[in-house]
Design a protein around this ligand. Structure first.
Ligand code: GMT
Length: 377
């Protein structure tokens, strides 16, 4: 039997899909008997209850008086080195290139080459930050000094190579959902709270950053709401939320839109939706579209980044050019008006999520990468 590993995981613990994926991966690896050590500035929000085989090491930043900016990155690198030595870790798996891959590189300098590092690229670390000339060389160094690099879509691999001129192999490892949590649930009474008259429910979940094109979410919904009884559920918070509220009010749609704020446990909520809207400008993967797919909810979205690798156009959703809300609305109306077609899409969604993006498969891929990196075949 292949030996169980001791793995350090670093991610952004309090926000975003990258933190969710890192935390869920840690939990699944722990279930398989590996020992997982989260090294982060706070407890990952998806960690939840106590788990056997999972440990948490808090990064504390020294606020010494000469520091104008407390050096979080250095504190993280030191903590990584300390935990690796004290707990005798086999490797560090860091999510997001900056600063995590650089911190892992520094930790390796302290510990020595026996420490192996794996970096997973999630999207904005490349598509946004690598455009910044002041960070480009640093991100390239982080990637080139990692023993293995993975990315969450083929499109992200292409963009990483193009933007940073990276020649080393990058493993394509898609994001995943835990099929024990994300599956079609019957939530009739919750659905009735938002759609008492049987209205169609459209949903958007994000951090409401400009890249998500919230204006297109509203525009698409407004077009759908012109021809059928429909409601929009907006989940999450972020800088574009105020603008969204203003626009909804301008369009006279206040009583057809619910703002649900940030929600931790979205599996139940997604299950009451008929469609997920994801018209992003950039999206290396689009975890929320996968969560929706696993719950049997088709996505109406944009042809951006890795979305077309996830959403199969004409089978588990429809994709249109970025900004083409007319086409997005037409697709939504087509799907919502044809019961038979909608049923087919729902079934295809669950099948695709379980066959291509299921937790068992992707966790096994990460394990293979770890063993290969450590020279254990
Ligand atoms: O979507 C965001 O802005 C958050 C960001 C993050 O760092 O968590 O999401 C990125 O990573 C997710 C997990 O791999 C992907 O599903 C998102 O597509 C990606 N976001 C972008 O590329 C904009």
């Amino acid at each position: 039997m292949t030996r169980k590993l001791k793995i350090g995981i670093t991610c952004y613990p309090s926000l975003g899909g990258s933190g969710v994926v890192a935390t869920e991966l840690g939990k699944l690896l722990a279930e398989k008997g590996h020992e997982i050590h989260f090294i982060t500035h706070s407890i990952p929000f998806r960690l939840g209850k106590f788990h056997k085989n999972i440990y948490y090491h808090e990064v504390e930043v020294n606020d010494y008086y000469v520091f104008r900016y407390p050096p979080y990155d250095l504190a993280l690198a030191s903590k990584m080195a300390q935990v690796v030595q004290m707990q005798d870790l086999d490797l560090l798996h860091v999510h997001y290139a900056v600063p995590h891959a650089i911190c892992a590189h520094l930790a390796k300098q302290m510990v020595g080459d026996r420490l192996k590092t794996v970096t997973t690229l999630h999207g904005t670390d490349i598509t946004v930050l690598a455009q910044d000339e002041s960070l480009k060389d640093l991100i390239r160094l982080g990637i080139n000094t990692s023993d293995a690099v993975t990315a969450v879509s083929a499109d992200l691999i292409r963009e990483t190579r193009e933007l940073l001129d990276i020649a080393k192999p990058i493993d394509l490892t898609y994001n995943f959902v835990d099929k024990r949590i994300y599956y079609p649930r019957q939530c009739q009474s919750l659905k009735a709270d938002y759609a008492p008259k049987g209205e169609k429910l459209l949903m958007h979940i994000s951090n409401f950053r400009p890249v998500k094109r919230i204006g297109d979410v509203i525009d698409t919904f407004a077009r759908v709401a012109e021809v059928m009884d429909a409601k929009l559920l907006l989940v999450g918070e972020g800088p574009e939320l105020i603008k969204a509220q203003f626009r909804i009010n301008q369009l006279g749609l206040d009583d057809r839109v619910h703002f649900l704020g940030k929600q931790d446990d979205v599996a139940q909520l997604i299950s009451i939706a008929d469609l997920m809207l994801l018209p992003s400008e950039k999206e290396s993967f689009g975890l929320v579209a996968l969560e929706a797919m696993a719950c049997g909810v088709p996505t109406i979205g944009s042809i951006a980044g890795g979305i077309p690798e996830l959403v199969s156009h004409g089978e588990t959703g429809y994709l249109s050019a970025i900004g083409d809300t007319e086409s997005m609305a037409a697709n939504a109306i087509r799907l919502l008006s044809d019961e038979q077609l909608f049923k087919q899409f729902r079934e295809a969604c669950v099948r695709r999520a379980q066959s291509k993006f299921c937790n068992d498969r992707i966790t096994a891929e990460y394990e293979r990468i770890y063993y290969r990196t450590l020279g254990i075949e």
